[in-house]
Design a protein around this ligand. Sequence first.
Ligand code: UDP
Length: 242
Amino acid sequence: MTTGELNRGELKYEGKAKRVYATANPAEYIVEYKDDATAFNAQKRGTWEGKGQTNNAITAHLYPQLEAAGIPTHFIEKLDDRHQRVKAVVIVPVEVIVRNVAAGSFSKRLGIEEGTPLSRPVVEYCYKSDALGDPLINSDTAIALGWATQEDLKTIRELALKVRDFLTDYFAQRGVRLIDFKLEFGKLADGEIVLADEISPDTCRFWDATTNEKLDKDRFRRDLGGEAEAYAEMLRRVTTEV
Ligand code: UDP
C-alpha cells in the first residue's frame, strides 16, 4: 500500500494542530498531525518535536479499542508517524466536554476548586467556533440553530458517556486519573454519528494517579515545562499492556 502522503489530495481543513486532506476516495480523508500547540484561543502558541507523532500514536492506539467497545468512530488506520486514514465526515460544530473532576474552565466559572471530584460525570456542549472562543451552549441552542438534531444529541451524549466509561477505566489501569476531555463527532454520508477527531494529551486532562502530576497540555498552557516528556509518558502508559 502507498502511504497517505502520496495519496493526499486537496487540503480540506487546517486546524490548530491538524490538517485534513481529501483523497481519491470521496468517502475517506487523511488527517495529518502537526507539532503545533495553541492555548487560550490561539493567543499562546508553541511547537515541540514529537507532539504530532505522539498524539497520532495515542489516538491510533485508542480508537480501535473504542470501536471494539461499541463506539462507532471515523478511524480506519494509522498510515505513518503523522498520518491517519479516516472516514470522511461532516463535523458537528458542537464540542462535547466530559468531566469526572472539576478543573479548568469549569472550576473558574463555578468557583469550584480544581481537583474536586464530581458525584456523576458532567457533559457540557460548546459551539465549535475559534472566532468566538468556543462558547458554552446547551442542547436547545444547538437544536434551535440547526447544528444538531435532538436525536443527534441523544446519540452524542450516550456515546460520550460510553467513551468516558471506557477511558476512565483504561487510564485508571495505567495509573492515570482522567479528569476531563473533549470529543468531537461527525456525520457519515448516510447520517450515522461517529466519534471523530483525536483523543490525546491535547484534548484530555491526565493526572498521575499517585502524585497528581499533570501529564497533558496544561503543562504548556500553564508554563509548567516538560510537555514533551509528559506526552511521551502518556504514550508509554497508553500502550502498556495490563
Ligand atoms: N478542550 C479541548 N479543546 C478546547 C477546549 C477544551 O480539547 O477547545 C479540552 C481540555 O483539554 C480539557 C477539557 O476539554 O481536557 C475541558 O477544558 P476546559 O473547558 O476546562 O477548558 P480550558 O480550561 O482548557 O480552557
